[in-house]
Design a protein around this ligand. Structure first.
Ligand code: PHE
Length: 457
């Protein structure tokens, strides 16, 4: 359906805000801290940073290039560059990953909305860490309210996606992301100056490699993909909306830096408080929801900050969730020729339904667990953890295929044209880039992946 007029980003700042808006989300503020806590802290963070620089950044640049070169959705892009080949299944894999991610993302984003409402009613006042932990547990295992919040969040996502690119995604990202950064910095300062904060800072910045194992490395790599929104065509789809004069490499570097900084600042906001209040660093997905209300109660204007923080977190989640949904919507709209409303609604409904089942897995359906191969053995996981782990695996597989595609299959000149804006700008890094994308990134992904699954190390 190439005859349909394509929407696009209208300004340079809009491009960065939208791509950074996609990258920055629950991944940075909810998932990064809790998996860092589960995997022992600083050493895990170093591996994560290496994955961002060596694997994530090159793949982001590659996704931008494929997207802008073809101006198509993720399936259509592979079909355009390698017609009639099985490469289009890489696009399909991305669509599958988008489904998996948005199902659990909507649930966790719903938790965030609930915390906005709890902040408004000042519900955390005077609660101890243990009380906050048990009220979090009671909330997520409730069969009804988390699902209602999830549905509200999914409706917001649908509403923005229906607005289209310029009026929807770009407009919201531009204003709200910088605001999130400011509030996080204030929180980080408060947390790092609490009594007993140093332990948390050490946990974050003093690596102890004896705590690192291969499954932590896979988690770090999977999270690098998740956090940068890579491996499933989000950045490809966004690249397809970018203008020809945008410097893709500069954009990719800026987005990666912004994303990483926000995650680290979130870490500084959370871990000092975790240690100061005696919370377990490995408390899992509830970590942010248990820790930060404690911090707010120790601050002047804590209630106001709490409302603002959870609202902005919900907005950050929204600018990410729209980019996940957009991957599927762009496919339905462009390849099947459905209109935007039909495309958006018909996929949002099954995703919300799947998410509701995951939510029930935290309570009513907690007896249902799923088997997973990790470290050469099978472990059982709750439904939502299973989806989260699945996405940690689907995204690197997608990234592996994308790297191979760019390195070995995509026409060299098309890639060069994208990196140099048809010869208008220099791309002195191009030789090094080809080596990374051809060999280093795919080998690193394959190594981590295979060794973790089968427990070779
Ligand atoms: N990067 C987003 C976050 O950190 C999540 C996301 C993953 C968005 C994959 C798009 C694609 O929250």
């Amino acid at each position: 359906m190439t005859t349909q007029k394509r929407d696009g980003f209208s300004s340079r700042i809009g491009v960065i805000a939208a791509a950074a808006g996609s990258a920055i989300g629950l991944g940075n503020i909810w998932k990064f801290p809790y998996i860092t806590g589960e995997n022992g802290g600083a050493a895990f963070i170093l591996v994560y940073l290496a994955c961002i620089a060596l694997i994530g950044l090159p793949i982001m640049l590659g996704e931008f290039s494929i997207g802008r070169n073809t101006k198509k959705n993720t399936v259509g892009a592979f079909e355009a560059l390698a017609p009639g080949s099985p490469w289009k299944y890489t696009g399909w894999l991305g669509i599958t990953a988008a489904f998996v991610i948005l199902s659990f993302y909507g649930v966790v984003a719903g938790w965030t909305l609930n915390y906005v409402s709890l902040s408004i009613t000042n519900a955390f006042a005077g609660q101890t860490a243990a009380q906050l932990e048990s009220s979090f547990g009671a909330f997520v295992s409730n069969p009804i309210s988390p699902i209602i919040w999830q549905i509200i969040f999914m409706c917001l996502t649908v509403a923005v996606v229906l607005g289209g690119i310029k009026n929807g995604i770009e407009r919201y990202s531009k204003i709200l992301m910088p605001l999130l950064l400011i509030i996080l910095i204030i929180l980080a300062i408060r947390s790092a100056t609490l009594d007993g904060a140093t332990k948390g800072l050490e946990f974050l910045f003093k690596p102890d490699f004896s705590k690192l194992n291969m499954s932590a490395v896979l988690a770090a790599m999977g999270h690098a993909f998740f956090s940068l929104s890579l491996g499933m065509g989000t950045m490809m789809t966004y690249g397809s909306y970018m203008r020809k004069n945008e410097n893709l490499a500069v954009t990719a570097v800026q987005v990666s830096i912004a994303d990483t900084l926000i995650a680290l600042i979130a870490g500084i906001a959370i871990f000092p408080a975790v240690f100061a209040f005696g919370i377990e660093p490995s408390s899992g997905p509830g970590l942010v929801f248990i820790t930060l209300p404690n911090v707010f109660s120790q601050m002047p204007f804590g209630t106001g900050f709490s409302i603002l923080f959870f609202t902005l977190l919900a907005v950050a989640a929204l600018t990410s969730s729209i980019s996940v949904l957009e991957v599927i919507v762009a496919y339905l709209y462009e390849e099947l020729g459905w209109n935007r409303v039909k495309s958006t609604i018909s996929i949002a409904i099954p995703i919300t339904f799947a998410g509701a089942i995951l939510s029930l897995g935290n309570g009513t359906l907690s007896h249902l667990t799923m088997p997973f191969l990790i470290n050469g053995g099978i472990s059982q996981m709750s439904l939502i953890d299973w989806f989260i782990t699945l996405s940690d695996q689907l995204l690197p597989i997608g990234g592996f295929l994308i790297a191979l595609f760019i390195g070995w299959r995509m026409d060299k000149d098309s890639l060069k044209n994208e990196l140099t804006n048809n010869g208008l700008i220099q791309a002195t890094y191009i030789q090094a880039y080809r080596i990374i994308i051809k060999f280093i990134a795919p080998l690193a992904i394959a190594f981590v992946f295979i060794s973790t699954l089968f427990g070779f190390f």
